[in-house]
Every structure is written in C-alpha cells, then in structure tokens.
Design a protein around this ligand. Structure first.
Ligand SMILES: *Cc1c(COP(=O)(O)O)cnc(C)c1O
Length: 430
C-alpha cells in the first residue's frame, strides 16, 4: 500500500500531506542538529548507568518501608550523574511536577525567608503553592514572603530591578526555564547560567532552584551545570521517556536534596524509606529512552511552528529560532480554531482517538482549558498532547510525541481539522 493511502485512511488528505512534505524539505539541517544533541545526551545517560553499575537487580520491586531498595538508589545516582549534581530524589511518591516544585520550595524555605522569581510570574499551578492566589498550606501561610521581577518587554532579564529585589530575607530564587502558559521566550541554559551568576555575585548564600519541566535533554547541558542548586521536574514529561507512570525528581546539592527528602518522608527518615512499588524498571528504561523521546517531541514542535507560521499564525518560538524546551505555542485567536486543533491531535492518537475533547474547568487553572491527549499515561505531556486556556490570544500549547512519526501525524491531523472546517486553506500554498 502507498503511504499516501495509509495517510488517507487516517483522515489526512493528499493536499495536507503534500503541504507537510513541502515544509519538511526545509527542516533537514535542523533535524540533523537535533540528532547530534540526542546522540550526545544518549551517551551521557548510558555512561551514568554504567558508572552507577545498573544491573538486573535494580528492576526488583520493594514494598512497605522500602529499605535497601538498590534500584531506587541507583536510579537516583543515575539522575545525579547525568545532571551533574551531588544527589537526587526520584520517587513515585512525588505525584507530579507541581508537587516536586512545591516540595523543593517548602523544604528549602523557612518562616521569615523570602522567595524571589526574577523571571516574572511562575507557572499557573505554583500561584497557590506560593500564595499569590490564596490557598491552604501555601508558603505565604507559613510566613514565607514572595517577590517577583517582571521580564523586560523584549523577554530579557531586568537586572537592575532584580538587584533591587534581593534583600536580607532573600533565601531562594526560582527560575522557570520553560515559558509554560506565558507568551515569553523559554530561556537557554546559558542564559539561566548568566542570571544565576548575577544573583550569586550579589548574594552568594542564596539558593537557586530551576523549574526544569519540559527542558530536560533539549540541550547538552542542564541548569544544574551552570550553577543551579536544584533542578526540578516531572517524570511524565521528558525524563520519564513516556514509560514512567508517575513521579517527579529533584536533583541538586546534597543539602537541598536532603531537605526535600526529609520533607517528602519525614525528618530523620529522608531518602531511606519510600518503596518503589515496581516502578524502577520503567523509571530506568524511561530515562534511558528520554533523549530520543525528547528529540521526537522537539522535531514535532519545530514542524508545527513551520507549518503554522507559513499559514500566518504567530508561533512562539518562531519557525527558525533555537529551542530550549519542547513546547510549541501557536496563537490561533479563535476558540473555534483552538478546539479544532485539539480535535485533530486527539484524532491522531493511538489511544482514545474516537473521543472529542471539550473545554472544562481544571483545578489549579483560572480559566477553562481544552486538552487533547490520547495517552498511555493519563495527563502525560511527553506524549503527543495539546492544551490551551480559553482566553485571548487563544494560544494552543502543543507538546510531546513519543515518536517523531506520531508527532508528525498529529500536526497534519490538526491542520486537516482546520481545513475541513474551512478555517484554513492550504491550496494556495502548495
Ligand atoms: C508542567 C509544568 C509544571 C507542573 O507540572 P505538573 O506535572 O503539571 O504538575 C510546572 N512548571 C512547568 C514549567 C511545567 O511545564
């Protein structure tokens, strides 16, 4: 069977496919550069696994207290070695990225301390953690204050006001690498390193945490290699490689990780307890696959930007700029287009392809959100998925794809839905 017929069987017309192929012709060099980064990161992970002496015993399960769980301990060593940190906490008991970030913050701050975000407002769900929006158990309730410095209008750091914001109470600085739901650029690791140096030159005792969600393995170095005391992320994003069914990580200095471990379990117990419940194999194998999975997602993001920019939509990052995370934002400026885009992503999924996504009120978010995902792991955003809050500019945030070919199909399918609804016309472009 011709590949065009298979695409047609999946609902993709010849016109849409040809348009996609036309766009792809211009992306060869960029894809080659991604492959080179993937190779580099793959080797880094294998070396860490060899140095940690990962063996078959690691895949055994533990239950109850989880004492002497060799697999859990070696997994944490592998994370630490790969990210260049002294230690790491990698656990199924950390339920998601927000939990990992909240844990890192709450365990490393004490009443009277101040938290500073020098990169503007953090990710939506952290607003309640910090107490920007009132919530039970927030840092604010515990007497931990918060300050933020907006980015300059061109998306760069406002060094002058950051300097002014650092005071005797400033204990921890949080830097979000990825743009999340904001329309600002994602920072490169190099930029993050410059910001950390600036801050530590002013106040050496300050600790820096980087919200590393979506950033892992996109570049050859991680923020922990340019001065961050902690990097924090979710295992149902990049580092789980699509196999981790749950989990989060905190990698950093011994001190920061110990604080987090004492908070996650209990003072005194720390990392010694926490059964892995049969997850070690998925965590280890997922981390092994993470560089290639991340590269598939990255290729999908670049493909999407090039398709939609050609159609006249503003894409962040744009079609040609360099990438520092796997999220692609496309400003669709219409609720109808946003919903059609999501329908297309859903329809291209291996799982739940027959359902139609609808907007809903999601806990932790302050406007309705539409999400599309036909995922093996619920809510996994390293799998092909998209989401977008129903508010101007009706941006869709597209991410993931465990394989490049699935990401490609998903993007073509989103376009097909827009074409079928007469919201977009590709005829004049091919
Ligand atoms: C996804 C994400 C989070 C929160 O992770 P959840 O697993 O959804 O709780 C925090 N920060 C950034 C930048 C993210 O992308």
């Amino acid at each position: 069977m011709e590949i065009n017929s298979i695409y047609e069987g999946l609902g993709i017309s010849k016109e849409v496919r040809n348009f996609g192929e036309e766009i792809l012709k211009g992306l060869e060099e960029r894809f080659r550069a991604i492959d080179e980064t993937t190779e580099y990161n793959q080797l880094k992970v294998i070396k860490a696994m060899q140095d940690a002496k990962v063996d078959a015993e690691c895949f055994n399960s533990s239950s109850g207290y989880g004492y002497d769980d060799v697999g859990r301990e070696k997994l944490e060593t592998v994370y630490a070695k790969t990210f260049g940190t002294e230690d790491a906490l990698v656990r199924p008991q950390i339920t998601c990225g927000t939990h990992a970030l909240a844990l890192a913050l709450m365990s490393n701050l004490r009443p009277g301390d101040e938290l500073l975000s020098p990169v503007g407002r953090p990710y939506d769900t952290l607003e309640e953690v910090i107490g920007i929006r009132e919530s039970k158990g927030s840092l604010k309730e515990y007497g931990i204050s918060y300050r933020e410095v907006e980015l300059l209008s061109d998306g760069t750091f406002d060094y002058e006001n950051i300097k002014k914001a650092i005071n005797e109470k400033t204990k921890l600085v949080t830097i979000q690498r990825s743009k999340g739901y904001a329309s600002r650029p994602t920072f490169s690791v190099k930029q993050i390193g410059e910001l950390i140096k600036f801050i530590k030159d002013i106040k050496p005792s300050v600790k820096v945490m980087v919200d590393n969600c979506y950033g892992e393995f996109v570049e050859r170095i991680e923020p922990s290699e340019v001065g961050a005391d902690m990097i924090v992320g979710s295992l149902i994003k990049n580092p789980g490689g699509g196999l981790a069914p749950i989990g989060g990580y905190i990698a950093g200095t011994k001190d920061c990780v110990e604080n987090a471990a004492f908070r996650l379990t209990s003072p005194g117990l720390g990392k010694e307890v926490g059964a892995s419940l049969g997850n070690n194999r998925a965590f280890m194998q997922g981390f092994f696959l993470a560089p290639t999975v991340t590269s598939a997602a990255l290729k999908g993001a670049i493909f999407a930007a090039n398709i939609y920019e050609r159609l006249g939509y503003k894409c962040i990052p744009n079609a040609t700029e360099s990438r520092h995370d796997i999220i692609q934002c496309i400003e669709l400026h219409s609720a109808e287009k946003l919903c059609k885009f999501a329908e297309g992503i859903q329809a291209a999924s291996p799982v739940d392809s027959y359902v139609t996504p609808v907007p809903w009120d999601m806990p932790g978010y302050d406007s309705q959100v539409i999400m599309a995902a036909g995922a093996f792991i619920q809510g996994s955003s390293i799998e092909l998925s998209c989401d977008g809050p129903l508010r101007e500019p009706y941006s869709v945030y597209f991410q993931g794809g465990l394989t490049w070919y699935h990401a490609k199909l998903g993007i073509l399918s989103s376009l097909q839905k827009l074409v079928d609804a007469n919201l977009v016309n590709v005829d004049s472009l091919c």
